[in-house]
Design a protein around this ligand. Structure first.
Ligand SMILES: C[S@@+](CC[C@H](N)C(=O)[O-])C[C@H]1O[C@@H](n2cnc3c(N)ncnc32)[C@H](O)[C@@H]1O
Length: 325
């Protein structure tokens, strides 16, 4: 994400439309960054990559260690969302690790897979990771915000840690909202702070609106600004704001924003959808043992394993998942 004129020129020289929009708005766009500069998911520390394989050191934090894609698949199958002959579309699949873990256990159920990504480079990585299942996979290069209306015959959308990459309005004040934000806030009765500056996940809200209108069941997970704390792990709430508004997370060359999940739920419910969700720590099955509590509370690590667990707990505690159907 860039705000300076020089950066704009560097990345947008031949794209007047975007230059004009960009210079006029306080809107964070990572579109061109993702399109042209594949992100390094190791530095972004996505939960999916942290738990990409059973050999990952982060597996030490799990009750039943399994790759992330397998754990997500297990939950989706238990909810009846993976079934014989279904067609699954993943948006922003990164290195392909979620789909790899899911297909390792559930490929016999799935008749067709569509992988959509803005980054050609990451689509190539997905092709390599998903080579064993290539006959039933279509790889589509494009922007989900433009492709949503064209999606058909999809039974399940997976949107894992990508919704925080979509456009976000920065530093808004309640009394001076841009028209698109004011419309969304009014139509969906979205709560915003009575005073002070705040960020608004306009892209995430628009994507959930499009998903709900298309009537495609979806699994979404992301870093949240209003986390939920797993039962029997109340210690994870320490120093966390549970009703916060989106926070900027500066990353290499761009920023992501945490997501206000209550906004996504309101939009989906407005369109008559059911929402279920929870903490990602619960979904992946973080061990609920006294050792975990001790490591988190003490914040003093005697071993490498303790340090890894502490780092992982501190990270995953803000993540949520949401099913819309
Ligand atoms: C933070 S990465 C997450 C990757 C993976 N899902 C994970 O959890 O590790 C975001 C992914 O979304 C893709 N992406 C970002 N904006 C997109 C858009 N508007 N349309 C399609 N893909 C997009 C990126 O190229 C990348 O693959």
């Amino acid at each position: 994400m860039w705000y300076g004129g020089a950066s704009v020129c560097l990345y947008f020289t031949d794209r007047k439309k975007y230059i004009i929009e960009y210079l006029m708005a306080e809107r964070s766009r990572t579109y061109w960054y993702h399109k042209q500069y594949p992100i390094d998911l190791m530095t972004e520390f996505t939960v999916c990559e942290s738990l990409a394989s059973s050999a990952s050191p982060y597996m030490a934090a799990l009750e039943n260690p399994k790759p992330y894609g397998s754990l997500v698949g297990e939950m989706l199958a238990a909810c009846g969302m993976l079934y014989q002959g279904c067609c699954v579309c993943e948006i922003g699949g990164g290195y392909g690790s979620l789909m790899k873990g899911l297909l390792a256990d559930y490929s016999s159920l799935i008749s067709r897979i569509v992988m959509i990504d803005l980054s050609k480079h990451l689509l190539r990585r997905q092709r390599t990771a998903l080579e064993p299942w290539k006959e039933k996979i279509d790889f589509v290069h494009g922007n989900v915000m433009e492709l949503m209306p064209a999606l058909s015959k999809i039974d399940l959308l997976i949107v894992n840690e990508m919704i925080g990459d979509l456009d976000t309005w920065k530093d808004l004040t309640t009394s001076e909202l841009p028209d698109d934000v004011a419309d969304l806030v009014t139509r969906y009765s979205l709560e915003i702070p009575p005073q002070g500056g705040f960020h608004f996940n306009v892209g995430a809200v628009r994507l959930v609106e499009a998903i709900s209108q298309a009537g495609i069941p979806a699994f979404i997970s992301e870093h949240s600004s209003d986390p939920v704390i797993p039962e029997a792990m109340d210690y994870l709430a320490r120093d966390l704001c549970l009703q916060g508004f989106p926070r900027e997370i500066p990353l290499k060359g761009h920023s992501e924003f945490t997501i206000r999940f209550s906004h996504l739920e309101r939009v989906a419910r407005f369109w008559g959808k059911d929402c279920i969700g929870g903490s990602l720590a619960d979904l992946v099955g973080i061990r609920k043992s006294p050792k975990m509590r001790f490591i988190f509370n003490a914040r003093a690590c005697a071993t490498d394993e303790h340090a890894i667990i502490l780092e992982f707990l501190d990270h995953i505690r803000e993540y949520r998942w949401l099913i819309i159907r």
